[in-house]
Design a protein around this ligand. Structure first.
Ligand SMILES: [Zn+2]
Length: 355
């Protein structure tokens, strides 16, 4: 009697082991915490009636965008970057990056991801990926967390250092933030959502500090908010977020991505730049007119404002070198804004003075 009871009990355990989801995996150590995406998910949605590629997204063609899905390879750290029921930020970040890539490449942008798998990368390497690829834009994609305030859920977008460091970082941040606002329509906002990374660390975020291109870090929403955590499991919601980021980038590109090109140093020690407002080359009606705000032009050599001459016709900027410049390398910064108030993507140059 006794022995048959033991047998029945063992069979019952075996049976339940087959049916129930395993011998209780600790959700704070689990992997694959997101709902699986249906077959053909992206193909059926990107450029559908629900997620159209707007005509102005054509200006993304050829723009090089490096996407950095934050974190990865951290599932073994119990509770690390996870929501209350175990959703892992690293997985959400990677999925949103993949979905965003699908929209961007459909519009003709070139896209590189810093990671494609659940692996960790040093922060510096993530930025170097963008730098070495000569990216125009670098975005580190994240979701936020806060201790003991589960009700909190809003969007922030982070730029490096202070507002003058690389003003194009603010253009990018602003457009990404607006895109997320429009797509997700989170009821909460923080009154000034663009934040300096120096609010968190004196030297800023490593991933932004090492970026030598226009860069921002998005904290789209809080996975510590129980409702938001459940939404973040859902591929449809991840796609909506990616679409918001995509529209932000499309609007940014549509307003022109200004650049400065160093032509060289002419006889008489005049530094020459060609300015590109990101608009004139479209040859639209009125393209000969100046689309750079004159008062926005600034040149700094060794951090000191330098006089310059700007000619609208050829968009040439001539900068006489200061007398007595020591031999060696000197940093030169060229700033300007186009008529959309977009600042030059990469304002930092270096010149070598030889004796
Ligand atoms: Zn993060």
């Amino acid at each position: 009697m006794r022995s048959s009871f033991v047998v029945v009990f063992a069979a019952a355990v075996l049976l339940s082991g087959c049916q129930a989801p395993g011998p209780q995996v600790d959700p704070q150590l689990s992997v694959n915490t997101l709902h699986e995406e249906p077959l053909g998910f992206l193909e059926s949605r990107v450029n559908s009636a629900e997620y159209p590629i707007p005509p102005y997204a054509k200006f993304l063609a050829g723009v090089r965008i490096c996407l950095d899905p934050g974190h990865g390879g951290d599932a073994h750290k119990r509770g690390y970057k996870r929501g209350p029921t175990g959703v892992r930020e690293a997985e959400v970040n990677l999925r949103v990056a993949r979905y965003l890539r699908a929209f961007l490449t459909t519009a003709g942008a070139e896209v590189l991801l810093t990671r494609e798998a659940d692996v960790d990368l040093p922060l510096k390497d993530r930025a170097e990926t963008a730098n070495n690829w000569d990216a125009d834009i670098f975005i580190s994609l994240h979701h936020n967390a806060i201790d003991n305030k589960p009700h909190v859920n809003y969007t922030t977008v982070w730029y490096h250092a202070d507002v003058d460091f690389r003003p194009s970082n603010l253009d990018l941040s602003r457009h990404l933030c607006q895109g997320l606002y429009d797509a997700l329509a989170l009821p909460q906002i923080t009154d000034v959502p663009l934040k300096s990374d120096q609010l968190m660390y004196e030297s800023g975020f490593g991933v932004l500090r090492h970026a030598q291109v226009t860069a921002a870090l998005t904290e789209t929403s809080f996975f510590t908010n129980p409702d938001e955590e459940q939404r973040l499991r859902d591929p449809e919601y991840n796609l909506l977020e990616a679409y918001g980021l995509f529209l932000g980038l499309a609007r940014y590109a549509a307003g022109g991505l200004p650049r400065a090109h160093l032509l060289g140093i002419s006889e008489g020690n005049v530094l020459a730049f060609e300015l590109d407002d990101g608009l004139r080359s479209r040859k639209a009606w009125g393209h000969e007119r100046q689309m750079i705000l004159s008062d926005s032009i600034a040149v700094r050599i060794d951090g000191i404002d330098a006089p310059y001459i700007f000619e609208n016709e050829g968009y040439l900027l001539s900068v006489p070198l200061p007398i007595g410049l020591e031999p060696g390398e000197h940093p030169v910064e060229v700033q300007f804004q186009n008529m959309y108030k977009h600042s030059v993507l990469n304002p930092h140059f270096a010149i070598e003075i030889t004796q």
